[in-house]
Write a protein that binds this ligand. Structure first.
Ligand SMILES: Nc1ncnc2c1ncn2[C@@H]1O[C@H](COP(=O)(O)OP(=O)(O)OP(=O)(O)O)[C@@H](O)[C@H]1O
Ligand SMILES: [Mg+2]
Length: 782
């Protein structure tokens, strides 16, 4: 605390009086309470509450009485006021409000309006973009109060008049206009005067070609009436502002940041590339229309709009970027740009040819999200992993880590899509499918989706919907971070889309099976398996994907609760997390590295192959992100929970992978074992003393010979061409041979060569062949 503000209300005899009681330094180390003004800039009232609720709406009140009333009437918002005489709050530091939606609560009447105009101006200077105003006249009207023009009537009066929080809540839900965008009254009056006096001759210098205000955009036109030239403004579209000129870091791709206020009073911004103005403009017009702009139907209206956008020269300039995510130390999301501190640099904006159709929306609130979703991940490793992964996505860049994904594989109705929805609720939702996207797309189609999810989480549900070949291509493409490079119209290489994503996926089969299912014997390359980490969805506790049902009676009820909660509360957690990461970039980078290394040290088996340590590092990043989000107060978990969840999932992955050797070696052994399992009896001729083939056992398509006996195990002798063409199909023959020899599954000749010379029935001299030991069948297959 800095001090107290004493305020004596105005009376008929005296104006309002304000005094500060401040804890002052008196020199020589002495401190005491004195009646002295606080040094400016002064803190907002209850600053601690504002800082502790980073995403809450803040209600700015003109004085402490209305603030108390606000705390009662609007408990969902944080109420505050300035430490100064309400007429001159300029010495207050409004910086902490940047990023919060702010609502002003002026009294009805001229003074209240003047206060609101002044506040809106100060807030805009402090970088607050979303300033609305609570319509107190509307509140008074709903209570049946008739107010005269000289009445000053505010929130405190409403409480005195008997207004209760429930009644106000009902009123707000029935009248969406009760809280609306602030319009500066003086500006409005000025334009009204101008509009209504359109036949009066105006002086040259006062006229600009376009006028724009809360009612729409107007163009100055001339017409002749009874021999006289009349100049008047005609309206051609609903409110539209050209906020800033944009261009990229190289001074190319110029554009305009357009802001539309639709009929619901919702502001929407779009950074439009200027190249859109090159043709007849049909593309940009249809985008503006879909954003809620209304354009006059006459051809002239379209021409005026075109002229307006191209001729407006806003003072503000902004840098545009072609994709979301990190740009230096700033994080650009679809809706806003987060950057450290009171960084006064130019705005950074996402500029796209069409305003992106994205699921990064917000609903509900952070506290409810924590209570109804995040809390239930405690003790549920897969949910813990999904949530931690959501926070890990924006840490890929600070840690210079590679992109990639996790695939939850398991039977139907085990809770896979639920886990994805839980992870997705960190970032957004809404619409029909919430935050989930589907695999059912071509790799080209997914490029756009991936670019939109750069440095964010991407959830892809139901791998089953896409064919095997496409799945493999998509896996590589997503993880590698760039799309196909295509040639432009004149054959020049166009820059391809690029991204850095972390994705969660689900399906009844894994990527490897998916690739195999096109029947051409294709296998997942080890690289693909490392890029999409396959985790069994079943946690083995008998509840499908879940281990701990908390207080729910069944896994089914638990899953249904999570899905419905994720459809109500979403989007807030990532924003709160990004704010922290942007502010403490270096600390978080170090902390994440440390936690990630610790995870790898604790979990990665000794002597494991590079592929395993790579996957362990990916799990480590997830664990670190979860712990950091917990530290920041976003995940309501006990310490170590994220580490534990990632650990359980990593072990699940390792167990189903079946060993710590490189995947290619495992595949090589599996391939040979599979061939012998399948054809050991039918395609290998028995040979050796006393081993007369049974007359009924005819060998067709001979692959080789069997020697030895059933008790001690056979040796399988394979002829070189069969080895190459039938057994090692599609694999690197030398690699398979080498792997088997190293493991002792292949008998090596006395000269150290993999081929041994044998005498075989039907062959004249000794022939070179491969001899497989039956021990290859002995090792437990996984
Ligand atoms: N672990 C579970 N045990 C029992 N029922 C469950 C479980 N998980 C989900 N369900 C039920 O199945 C429904 C679908 O859940 P969800 O979409 O998460 O399943 P899924 O694993 O994605 O299935 P699918 O493979 O069919 O898409 C839930 O609404 C719930 O009723
Ligand atoms: Mg599903």
């Amino acid at each position: 605390m800095v001090g107290y503000v004493a305020r004596w209300p105005a009376s008929d005899a005296e104006p309002e009086h304000v005094a500060h009681i401040t804890y002052c330094a008196l020199g020589q180390g002495k401190r005491a309470w004195r009646m002295k003004p606080m040094p400016s800039p002064r803190p907002l009232f209850d600053l601690a509450a504002i800082l502790s609720r980073p995403v809450a709406s803040v209600l700015v009140c003109p004085d402490e009485w209305s603030m108390d009333a606000a705390a009662m009437l609007l408990p969902d918002m944080v109420a505050t006021t300035t430490a100064q005489d309400p007429k001159s709050p300029a010495s207050t530091d409004f910086g902490p409000l940047a990023g919060h939606p702010v609502v002003l609560a002026p009294t009805v009447g001229r003074e209240g309006q003047a206060w609101a105009d002044m506040m809106a101006n100060l807030l805009a200077k402090a970088g607050v973009r979303d300033v609305k105003v609570l319509d107190m006249a509307g509140v008074a009207g709903s209570m049946g109060r008739e107010l005269s023009s000289s009445d000053e009537w505010g929130l405190a009066d409403a409480v005195d008049g008997g207004l209760a929080a429930e009644a106000l809540a009902t009123l707000m839900s029935t009248d969406p206009e009760l809280i609306r965008f602030h319009v500066d009254e003086r500006q409005k009056r000025a334009t009204e005067v101008m509009l209504h006096s359109d036949t009066t001759p105006m002086t040259e210098e006062s006229l600009s070609l376009f006028r724009s205000d809360a009612t729409g955009v107007y163009k100055l036109v001339e017409r002749q009436e009874s021999g006289e030239t009349i100049r008047e403004y005609v309206r051609f579209c609903s409110p539209l502002t050209v906020v800033a000129e944009t261009r990229d870091g190289d001074g190319r791709n110029w554009g305009r940041l357009l802001c539309v206020v639709d009929r619901d009073n919702i502001r929407k911004e779009w950074a439009m590339p200027m190249e859109q103005l090159a043709g007849d403009g049909i593309n940009y017009r249809s985008e503006l229309l879909s954003m809620g702009l209304t354009i006059g139907s006459a051809r002239k209206a379209r021409e005026f709009l075109h002229e307006f956008i191209s001729s407006e020269r806003p003072k503000e300039k902004a840098r545009c970027v072609p994709r979301t995510g990190w740009h230096g130390r700033a994080y650009v999301s679809v809706n806003e740009t987060l950057r450290p501190g009171q960084d006064a640099q130019e705005r950074l904006l996402l500029q796209t040819t069409v305003p992106p159709d994205h699921p990064f929306r917000m609903a509900g609130d952070l506290a409810a999200w924590q209570d109804e979703i995040a809390r239930y991940a405690i003790g549920n490793s897969r949910l813990g992993l999904a949530l931690s992964a959501a926070f890990a996505a924006p840490l890929l860049y600070p840690l210079d880590a590679e992109g990639g994904g996790f695939h939850l594989r398991g039977g139907s109705s085990t809770g896979k899509s639920t886990a994805l929805a839980v992870g997705g609720s960190v970032w957004g939702g809404g619409g029909l499918n919430g935050f989930l996207r589907t695999w059912r797309a071509t790799s080209n189609g997914l490029e756009g989706v991936a670019a939109l999810h750069c440095d964010a989480l991407l959830c892809l549900d139901e791998m089953g919907q896409v064919d095997g070949r496409e799945a493999g291509a998509i896996a590589y493409m997503l993880a590698n971070g760039s799309g196909k490079s295509r040639a432009g119209r004149t054959g020049e290489a166009r820059s391809s889309a690029s991204w850095r994503v972390l994705f969660l996926s689900s399906g009844e089969v894994g990527l490897a099976d998916k690739l195999a299912d096109d029947g051409r014997g294709r296998r997942a390359a080890a690289g693909q398996e490392v890029r999409i980490v396959d985790i069994p969805a079943d946690a083995g506790a008998g509840f499908g994907l879940f281990e701990n049902l908390h207080a729910f009676g069944s896994a089914d009820a638990f899953a249904r609760h999570l899905k419905s909660a994720a459809a109500r509360h979403y989007g807030h957690a990532s924003r709160a997390f990004l704010k922290v990461v942007v502010e403490r970039f270096d600390d978080i980078q170090q902390e994440a590295r440390f936690l990630c290394d610790r995870f790898v040290r604790d979990h990665c088996p000794e002597g494991a192959d590079g592929q395993i340590s790579r996957v362990a590092a990916r799990f480590g990043l997830i664990a670190a992100a979860g712990e950091i989000a917990r530290d920041a107060g976003i995940l309501p978990w006990p310490e170590g929970e994220a580490m534990r969840a990632a650990g359980v999932c990593f072990n699940g992955w390792l167990a189903q992978r079946g060993g710590i050797e490189p995947a290619e070696e495992r595949d090589a052994i599996a391939r040979v074992r599979h061939f012998i399992e399948l054809h050991g009896a039918s395609r290998f001729e028995l040979m050796g003393a006393g081993l007369e083939p049974h007359p009924d056992m005819r060998v067709t398509h001979r692959a080789g010979f069997r020697a030895g006996d059933a008790a001690k195990g056979y040796e399988y002798i394979v002829l070189p061409e069969v080895w190459k063409a039938d057994i090692c199909t599609g694999m690197d023959v030398t690699f398979v041979t080498k792997t088997l020899a190293q493991r002792g599954f292949l008998r090596v000749g006395s000269d150290g060569k993999a081929q041994t010379k044998r005498r075989l029935p039907g062959f004249e001299g000794p022939v070179r062949c491969y001899v497989i030991r039956s021990s290859i069948m002995g090792e437990a297959s996984h």
